[in-house]
Design a protein around this ligand. Sequence first.
Ligand SMILES: [Zn+2]
Ligand SMILES: [Zn+2]
Length: 268
Amino acid sequence: MRRASYHNHTRFSDGADSPADFLRQALPQGIDILGFSDHYYRRQADDRDVPDWALAPDAEEAYFDTLAALAAEAPIEIRVGLEFDWLEGSAAWLAAPARDPRLDYAIGSVHFLGDQTLDTDRAFWQRLSQDEVDETHRAYWRAVRDMASSGLFDIAGHLDLIKKFAFYPKSDLTPLIREALDAVKAAGMVVELNTSGWAKDCRECYPSEAILRACFAREIPVTVSADAHRASLATANFPRAYDLLARVGYRALTRFRGRERFTEPLEP
Ligand SMILES: [Zn+2]
Ligand SMILES: [Zn+2]
């Protein structure tokens, strides 16, 4: 089986390594298809005031040019993506960049509710009451549903990221998660098994096995990613991910090329 790694961050956003470093370190990791997905965060159309962990507006051309040059000389396949930050109402200004023909795929991710990041600040979670934890989870799953319903993205990024710091709801969120998965299915999106969660407080991949089973039941296709912020982690826990997907019932992984998709057999 060819090994693909699509969700990786370089120094163009908040990664530690350059695209060339990734390529160099991808080869000994057995990667056959290496994709990049730096953060794309805009609060409005023509937002020039972008946080330093996201691709800067004046670096966009360099991002595409650098990856095109890398692809031309690389001995393996290079793929170009972006990880788009879903914000309420952002479909209006993300539509154009998400359809950029230079992209092989677009990842849609929810990291924010309003101005609040959900995955960078443990102290935020510690301040919440249990009721507020529950309400934050509910708002998160509604945002995931809306992100999917926008129809702009190919891949649903780290679907249940909300569990990262291991603050869980007491109430049953199954109906909301179901709604979000139905939206992912209706939009024809792919779900990534994101291995980075195994190293976080939640000690689980994103999404959980239970949600992966719900995806499988809906025939939602999958890919495997590490969400690596350094090249050495580009295939972190991949064998474990392949084994889990096989156990859930998956027999194929989705590949991306020029916004087209195809599958290759999953052979753990
Ligand atoms: Zn993310
Ligand atoms: Zn990411």
